[in-house]
Design a protein around this ligand. Structure first.
Ligand SMILES: [Fe+2]
Length: 332
């Protein structure tokens, strides 16, 4: 019998057999038995009373297909409403013990498909094959076997994430992978922000018509710690007196103004700590967020066309003029 597609694979069956993700299974069993081990496995979400509660916490499922069967279009609908979708288990075929043993130089805080992480390791020169010693992974690990094994992991996991997102958001027919990045280094605490691209310059129209889907998957033994706060329309309403009276109609430029002015430094926020192989999907260009700490993780950055959204009028950039008008801003 052929094996099921990635999004239908249960990697951690209760009978313990066919357990691809051994560490995840072991950790779960340990959490059930060993007092004190819970902190590694439990999700902690501390909600701040002054920030609207926009968490959409899913029940745990063992396959992506089961998440899709349970929640259907609610996943895309809630995401388009700027809710933070929490997956208590993100079932990936991944060798966590091996990956969690890697330490790489801080000079490579994240490497992704845009850096050629999934490019071929072998190059053909006439009739012979040569290992590509210029490959980004070899430049880090300096070992052909290690590089080969890691890239096999990365490629299979990336393919599974791609398959999963198409099952979780099936109406997003034009779904494009902008980048899949892997981190193996400590992430220093950052500022509360909404994402800024290209140094805050106005984006070209074709980029502004894209709906961005971001998923952050923790693959470290320690929980990844975040804070999340107001959405962009809530920020425009709440900080009306502290922002310029005239703002551009460009989401990216407004995000840059918020960041430069450090306007969100005192903003109240929810705190979340999410354990290994759990994930958060959040529209980071419209929901304020902040990394407090964490180490190994995978970030999936996908884009879909506005026309494929369940409600195309909810495209963030397209809503900016309405928000500005509603909250009394002049537009530049
Ligand atoms: Fe960000």
């Amino acid at each position: 019998m052929s094996s099921p597609p990635c999004h239908e694979r249960n990697l951690c069956r209760p009978d313990g057999r066919a357990c691809v993700n051994k560490l995840s299974c072991r950790s779960l069993r340990k959490c059930a038995r060993v007092p004190g081990a819970e902190s590694l496995c439990e999700t902690k979400i501390e909600k701040h009373a002054d920030v609207p509660d926009n968490f959409f916490v899913l029940d745990r499922h063992e396959t992506f297909g089961d998440y899709a069967r349970t929640y259907g279009d609610d996943l895309a609908r809630r995401y388009e409403n700027y809710d933070i979708i929490y997956f208590p288990h993100f079932p990936l075929p991944i060798d966590l013990p091996m990956l969690q043993s890697f330490e790489i130089p801080a000079a490579y805080p994240k490497i992704g498909t845009r850096n050629g992480i999934d490019a071929d390791l072998f190059v053909r020169v006439e009739q012979s094959l040569k290992f590509d010693h210029n490959h980004v992974l070899f430049r880090i690990f300096r070992d052909e076997y290690m590089t080969g094994y890691l890239q096999t992991q990365i490629k299979s996991v990336n393919a599974c994430i791609d398959s999963a997102l198409r099952v979780l958001f099936p109406k997003y027919y034009w779904l494009f992978c902008g980048n899949l990045t892997w981190r193996f280094t400590d992430t220093p605490a950052g500022d509360l922000h909404i994402d800024v691209f290209q140094n805050g310059l106005p984006l070209v129209e074709s980029d502004n018509r894209l709906h961005r889907i971001k998923v952050f998957i923790n693959i470290d033994l320690e929980p990844r710690r975040w804070r999340t706060s107001f959405t962009l329309p809530e920020i425009l309403a709440r900080y009306r007196g502290r922002l310029p009276a005239t703002l551009p109609r460009d989401r990216n430029v407004i995000a840059h103004i918020l960041s430069k002015g450090n306007l969100l430094r005192d903003a109240p926020a929810h705190a979340v700590a999410y354990p290994q192989l759990s994930a958060i999907a959040v529209n980071a260009e419209a929901v304020a967020h902040q990394v407090l700490g964490g180490k190994r993780m995978i970030a999936a950055e996908y884009q879909c066309e506005q026309r494929d959204m369940l409600d195309p009028s909810k495209l963030t950039h397209a809503q900016v003029p309405n928000w500005l008008a509603r909250h009394g801003y002049q537009t530049a």
